[in-house]
Ligand binder design. Structure first.
Ligand SMILES: Nc1ncnc2c1ncn2[C@@H]1O[C@H](COP(=O)(O)OP(=O)(O)OP(=O)(O)O)[C@@H](O)[C@H]1O
Ligand SMILES: O=C(O)c1ccc[n+]([C@@H]2O[C@H](COP(=O)([O-])O)[C@@H](O)[C@H]2O)c1
Length: 233
């Protein structure tokens, strides 16, 4: 009998504050090029390298990510980094996915800007054993070649000059974000008045736990699609 080939899983980590079409194109391009069975979007819990600014509550970022990816049957969303609590380190993310999917081939997807910072990530030397890294091009950033061809692939993708920072600023300035982010994301932002300076949900000033994040009551629909518990049950 023919042996089943291992599942090829993409992991797209990000703060997704908010998720935009640059993230989605990156995931889609890598999925096609590397013949991935699934791309799992993993919103950060506490992105420690963004601690200098206020980050939107994880539950909002999680729901935005679910909305943005819902129409693609190969895209799913994981809560592992949110549910673990504390600062988010990719070493923990990859260890969790290794435990959940011991047979799978893992591909961690990053943009050129994130990749340029990777040497400052926790336990960087151990990351290479846990996943293959795919660094995609991003307008305004130079793709750095670390010379680790076995562990890192550099990939050119269609240029999307979109950032979450710019989306947040546009909302605050009353400018449209239609077509920069999926329609459902525009509607969620409006419904919850995210990124507006008078917004109660965003958390300027009165800091939540560590990063000025506000908590949002967890609802049934924000329950997990991928978690270590789910994999073992
Ligand atoms: N336009 C883009 N093109 C390619 N990759 C991108 C793009 N935007 C973000 N990425 C990549 O997606 C991942 C998650 O990014 P993140 O959620 O921090 O978005 P961002 O737009 O960089 O946010 P911010 O502006 O708040 O820093 C990172 O690896 C980042 O490099
Ligand atoms: O492991 C680390 O120390 C580390 C430091 C910074 C960023 N990361 C990861 O890189 C991904 C993109 O992060 P960000 O902050 O650009 O949204 C996300 O999965 C983060 O958890 C990881």
């Amino acid at each position: 009998m023919a042996q089943k080939s291992p599942r090829r899983l993409g992991i797209m980590g990000g703060t997704f504050d908010p998720i935009h079409h640059g993230h989605l194109v990156a995931a889609s391009e890598v999925a096609a090029e590397f013949r991935l069975d699934e791309v799992i979007f993993v919103p950060t819990g506490e992105p420690w390298q963004k601690a200098s600014r206020s980050v939107t509550a994880a539950e909002h970022r999680y729901l935005l990510t679910v909305i943005a990816t819902a129409s693609n049957p190969r895209f799913t969303v994981s809560r592992v980094d949110i549910d673990r609590g504390g600062p988010t380190y990719t070493i923990d993310t990859l260890r969790d996915f290794r435990r959940m999917y011991p047979q799978a081939e893992l591909f961690f997807i990053t943009g050129a800007d994130a990749m340029a910072q990777i040497m400052s990530w926790k336990n960087v030397d151990e990351l290479w054993e846990l996943a293959h890294f795919v660094s995609v091009t991003r307008p305004g950033y130079v793709s750095q070649d670390f010379g680790r061809t076995e562990q890192i692939s550099l990939m050119e993708i269609p240029a999307m000059a979109i950032s979450s920072t710019d989306c947040r600023q546009r909302v605050e300035d009353g400018k449209p974000v239609w077509y920069l982010v999926p329609d459902g994301v525009v509607q969620y932002i409006n419904k919850h008045r995210l990124y507006q300076s008078d917004s109660a949900t965003r958390g300027f000033g009165d800091a939540g736990p560590a990063l000025g994040m506000h908590t949002m009551e967890q609802t049934d629909e924000s329950r997990t699609l991928h978690s270590p518990e789910e994999a073992t049950s």
